[in-house]
Ligand binder design. Structure first.
Ligand code: G3P
Ligand code: MG
Length: 225
């Protein structure tokens, strides 16, 4: 079962920072998951569209210029990273799952990935709850791996995964069942589950045969792997 470090390794370091991503790599995660927004024409790695929860700033990302956003402390002196910075530290080391959070991120991510060679593109997985962003990814580059995220409607996710020729389905742990694991296998889709932190839940996912889990503690997933 693959271990996806959730927002890096947010159980150990401030989420979505380079520190957190390095920690996930050091812990042996197979993949790192991050969240991105497009602000002032830059792709920024942050989960919320407001600053309060994860930085010492306040207000909406869209109220700021890129240079201003980079002044804020995202925890332990870390800055809000750019997608390019994350690519630079993950390339050749670990898979990178980019979750598109905000509007306009699909086209910007495609542009950012344009210079990557085929080998490294194979280690990128783009996921989103926003189907219209995923549609833009599929139209722009049919080779990029797409993951359909859902927290409520597995049927719709399977339908979209088929339409978009997706690589994977990413389900909330509340939704996953043995029947959905079987359905994913029959559809030729990888099934990944978020966010799985307790040892009991990790064991349950392994027993069910899911292909990977997102965890704030990616090292826990490797135990008994
Ligand atoms: O990509 C899996 C998971 O990160 C989705 O939910 O809210 O943690 O981005 P969230
Ligand atoms: Mg996410």
């Amino acid at each position: 079962m693959l271990s996806f470090g959730h927002r890096g390794a947010m159980g150990y370091a401030p989420e979505n920072t380079l520190l957190s991503i390095r920690k996930a790599i050091d812990l042996g995660a197979s993949w790192v998951e991050i969240d991105v927004y497009l602000v002032d024409q830059q792709l920024l790695v942050i989960h919320d569209e407001t600053l309060e929860r994860t930085t010492n700033g306040s207000g909406r990302l869209s109220e700021y210029k890129f240079a201003e956003l980079r002044q804020f402390d995202a925890g332990q002196g870390e800055r809000i990273p750019t997608l390019q910075e994350v690519i630079d530290i993950t390339k050749g080391k670990v898979g990178l799952n980019v979750e598109l959070k905000g509007k306009g991120t699909a086209i910007a991510v495609i542009k950012c990935l344009a210079s990557l060679d085929v080998k490294h593109k194979d280690s990128i997985l783009i996921s989103s709850f926003k189907i219209n962003e995923l549609e833009q990814i599929a139209q722009a580059d049919s080779m990029i791996k797409i993951g359909v995220l859902t927290d409520k409607n597995a049927d719709a996710a399977f339908t979209w995964a088929s339409t978009l020729q997706a690589y994977s389905i990413h389900l909330s742990k509340r939704m996953v069942s043995q029947a959905l694991v079987k359905r994913a296998r029959e559809a030729g889709l990888q099934l990944y589950v978020y966010t799985v932190n307790s040892e009991a839940d990790i064991r349950r996912m392994r027993e069910m045969g899911v292909d990977g889990v997102f965890s704030d503690y990616p090292d826990r997933v490797l135990v008994g792997a």
